[in-house]
Design a protein around this ligand. Structure first.
Ligand code: APR
Length: 351
């Protein structure tokens, strides 16, 4: 049941069902309710009139009419009164009941807005947390769920977390540039050269500029450059096990089942089967990192797994630095990491 956060207008999403943040009358309103009714056309309201309303925390289903989605699931979220009047439980119930209805109608894909996080005043970061936790807990394995965020509101993260990550990014980025200039000054070459990699036609070895990531390799663990006398034959004969074989070894070593691992990585079963069956499979970097998170690898182990897929962590990539932030803190909840990546407009893990 991968959960994917996207930025879009939910009325455009091509899911089997989209969820409407309605009010108990089910007779339309503003916000996403208004948008869905406008896009679906008057027949939606006509069908809603036959439903006789909906209590808070419950859900009702109608057709989608002019919408791309086959169904609209109308649910009524709680109005925020400070969080001590059962709001989290009622909000979780909205997601749970909507998922139940979606499953009863054989929906393979469902798209949610951030229920109650608009007019009803639920703080966005808390609304997102309830949403992601409930979806992860209740969504059927063969369902893909989209969390559709409409606006660029950075309040998706708590202020403290947002500021802590921002500070970490600035620090890493600044440190990298300081090192880079310090080395340039020291080497006085204007360019940084790694140890020669191949002896080019027995003349003076051909050097090659190190990738920026390697310049911080004592900080940012990376694949590093090869030794001074590595020639191509030695290099190729030292190739380690590929990504897939290493991943399966790590899953066994962690005592996890395949399903436990790919669910924690927010990866669907089909993709995992592809990786498992192809020893030379080359995953995307977000997918490789998602497995590192699922296996709770430290930075060194993560760099090794990435290297086997042909990647390295780099301080010049905000995506890498945010993932590194969570690994350094031993925080391996992929939903939390994806919420942070989304808030910083970065690709998602396994996305
Ligand atoms: N697509 C996706 N998300 C949207 C869209 C859209 N087209 N329009 C708004 N949103 C987002 C808002 O940014 C907010 O984060 O949906 C979230 C929920 O906001 P509301 O629509 O205001 O819903 P809610 O807070 O649950 O309040 C429900 O508002 O519209 C009335 O009739 C509705 O009385 C009910 C109340």
């Amino acid at each position: 049941m991968p959960v994917i956060i996207i930025r879009d207008d939910i009325t455009r999403v091509q899911a089997d069902a989209i969820v409407n943040a309605a009010n108990s009358s089910l007779l339309g309103g503003g916000g996403v309710d208004g948008a869905i009714h406008r896009a679906a056309g008057p027949q939606l309201l006509a069908e809603c009139r036959t439903l006789g309303g909906c209590p808070t925390g419950e859900a009702r289903i109608t057709k989608g009419y002019r919408l791309p989605a086959k169904f609209v699931i109308h649910t009524v979220g709680p109005v925020w009164h400070g969080g001590n009047q059962g709001e989290p439980e009622q909000l979780a119930s909205c997601y749970r009941r909507s998922l139940e209805l979606a499953q009863m109608h054989c929906c393979g894909t469902v798209a949610f807005p951030l229920i109650s996080a608009g007019v009803y005043g639920y703080p966005k970061d808390q609304a997102l947390r309830v949403a992601m936790d409930t979806i992860r807990e209740c969504a059927p394995e063969d369902m893909t769920v989209y969390m559709v965020i409409f606006d660029h509101d950075a309040a998706l993260l708590s202020r403290a977390l947002y500021e802590d990550i921002t500070e970490y990014i600035d620090d890493r980025y600044a440190r990298r540039h300081e090192k880079m200039f310090a080395r340039r000054k020291e080497a006085n070459l204007g360019q940084i050269f790694a140890a020669p990699m191949f002896k080019a036609d027995h003349s003076a070895p051909e050097a090659f500029p190190m990738s920026e990531a390697c310049m911080d390799c004592e900080d940012t663990v990376c694949g590093g450059a090869f030794g001074a006398d590595t020639d191509l034959d030695t290099l190729l004969s030292n190739l380690d096990e590929g990504f897939s074989v290493t991943l399966l070894q790590l899953i066994d070593r962690r005592g996890m089942s395949d399903a436990q691992c790919y669910k924690r990585a927010n990866i669907d079963r089909k993709l995992f089967s592809k990786i498992r069956s192809d020893a030379h499979y080359r995953p995307s970097k977000p997918t490789a990192l998602a497995f590192a998170i699922a296996l709770e690898l430290d930075l060194e182990q993560t760099a090794d797994l990435l290297r086997r897929a042909g990647y390295a962590l780099s301080p010049s990539s905000k995506f890498d630095v945010i993932v590194e932030y969570f690994i350094r803190r031993g925080e391996y909840d992929i939903m939390r990491i994806n919420e942070a990546l989304f808030a910083f407009d970065q690709p998602l893990l396994a996305g």
